[in-house]
Design a protein around this ligand. Structure first.
Ligand SMILES: Nc1ncnc2c1ncn2[C@@H]1O[C@H](COP(=O)(O)OP(=O)(O)O)[C@@H](O)[C@H]1O
Ligand SMILES: Nc1ccn([C@H]2C[C@H](O)[C@@H](COP(=O)(O)OP(=O)(O)O)O2)c(=O)n1
Length: 240
């Protein structure tokens, strides 16, 4: 018999969601769906097409004719092109709020996210429980509204947080490592971006960022990446 186990990971910007989700999916043989990458990809498409991100109707039309895929762990395809690196720049996040607060965009991406979570991809073999020989398959999806709106009946919900300063430094180091820092961009500027984005994400009308009532909170400020992955892995086995 095969059981479906869906893990919803939410939390503020740069708290460690996607790093944790990706490694966890790899360990469990689950699929990984990066919902933030979908909002980033739509933002990239609008910027490339010269469409104002605030032009609600035009953006809604665009999202209807957009194909976003995750061909392999950590890779994102926008209309057949690899945009895994292009969506990670500061220019994208500086323009993303109007896209993320557009209810039409959210409704279309929500449908796509739910159908991705239902897919039975052979690349997601899952694992077999040693004690019962039961086969467990599933997905890890991260974002802002996964536990509250997209998968409200997920088998496990985790809300990841970390100190603001720690998050800003980690994001700065990441952009530097990827050679994606904008000219003169500082840790302070990144801290400001994270703060204003979190505020916008928490206060928007459509699917705001909030901890689901039944989510487990995990603070990664003083944890290593391995520790935070193991902490969630243990929650999965405990639930099973
Ligand atoms: N425990 C940790 N220790 C050090 N760096 C971390 C830790 N967790 C995440 N990071 C790093 O912090 C940055 C932001 O993490 P990320 O997973 O992208 O966050 P989110 O998906 O929540 O925005 C990444 O560069 C990641 O490698
Ligand atoms: N489920 C989601 C995922 C992301 N978003 C929006 C809100 C975020 O500010 C942006 C970018 O999300 P992403 O997780 O890629 O960004 P960070 O890595 O956390 O900085 O997209 C959303 O509104 N809903």
């Amino acid at each position: 018999m095969s059981r479906l186990f869906r893990i919803a990971i939410d939390g503020p910007a740069a708290s460690g969601k996607s790093t944790t989700a990706k490694l966890l999916a790899k360990k469990l043989g689950f699929g990984y769906i990066d919902s933030g990458a979908m909002y980033r990809a739509v933002t990239l498409k609008c910027l490339e097409k010269g469409v104002q991100v605030t032009d609600t109707q035009r953006v809604e039309e665009i999202v209807h004719h957009t194909n976003i895929r995750f061909p392999s762990l950590g890779h994102v395809e926008l209309d057949g092109h690899d945009v895994s690196t292009a969506i990670r720049t500061s220019r994208i996040v500086q323009n993303i709020n109007p896209i993320a607060s557009n209810p039409g965009v959210r409704a279309t991406l929500a449908d796509q996210q739910r159908s991705l979570a239902r897919a039975q991809d052979p690349a997601w073999p899952g694992f077999t429980m040693a004690s019962t020989q039961e086969k467990i398959g599933g997905v890890v999806m991260d974002g802002r509204d996964i536990g509250t709106v997209i998968l409200p009946d997920a088998e496990l919900k985790v809300y990841i947080v970390a100190d603001a300063r720690v998050r800003a430094q980690r994001r700065f180091d990441e952009l530097k490592r990827k050679n994606a820092l904008a000219q003169g961009e500082t840790v302070e500027a990144i801290a400001q971006d994270l703060e204003s984005r979190d505020k916008a994400d928490r206060t928007r009308k459509a699917s705001p960022l909030k901890k689901a009532e039944d989510a487990v909170e995990l603070d990664t400020s003083h944890k290593t990446i391995d520790e935070q992955v193991e902490a969630i892995e243990k929650m999965v086995y405990d639930r099973l």
